[in-house]
Ligand binder design. Sequence first.
Ligand SMILES: [Fe+2]
Length: 279
Amino acid sequence: MRKMKITKINPFGVLIEPLDACIDVRELKIEELRSHFRKERLLALRGFRTFSAADEFASYCEGWGKISVWPFGQILELVEHADSKDHIFDNNYVPLHWDGMYRPQVPEYQIFHCVRAPLPGQGGRTTFSNTVMALENASTSLRELWGRATGIYKRKMEFYDSKTVSPIVAKHPLRGFPVIRYNEPPSEEKGKFLNPPDLEFAGLNSAEEAQLHQSLRDALYSPSNFYAHEWQTGDIVIADNFSLLHGREGFTSKSPRHIRRVHVLSDPPLENPGLESYQ
Ligand SMILES: [Fe+2]
């Protein structure tokens, strides 16, 4: 029996919806979803019956692979904290980055479950940039500039104090095609940014470095390479953390936005190639 309808998202990813409202997401074969994930890099599952408790969500994610466990456990509860000391738990925008960049292992899959969506007009979309497309769509001279640069990133927060060094243009760790690894410096125009990381870029002179950031921003946020997911309650989004970068748009403080996130490792797990120190 066919259970799902698949629609392309512009410019990448697919929206997967049930053909019948009573279908539970757990009825979909993960290996079938995984083959779409490999091609499309982002799956947005909408309209399915989902999970009534956090542990049901974690069990579902285990079907995708080994969960990367954080000091807080398997699930990150993304909700605004009243007295947040870090941008992750406030309501401001988050620049593009890849997850696990400061951790011993880098997860391949980010799996999100929207427990409660913000109300219309409150913002809070999760932003995704397809770096494979950004490279394919870039000029030879920009690819050459990006190919000479290396990011040196330090971040201290509740769960780690780490340093990571990564070339801007790297290889997909399992499939070898080029991808961009970049932690976008926070833009001051977009509001206060709590506990910013310490970012440095090597390999370029200062004029080239300014051009690096401007051209990467232009490419990564270009409508040809960029998708922002506007959450509806019950949505599940599965994103390819090896090929995409992601961030968050700001949202209205005290909105009901509540998203759960799990990191699932590749098989075999990827030991973080850029991690220089971690405590
Ligand atoms: Fe993230």
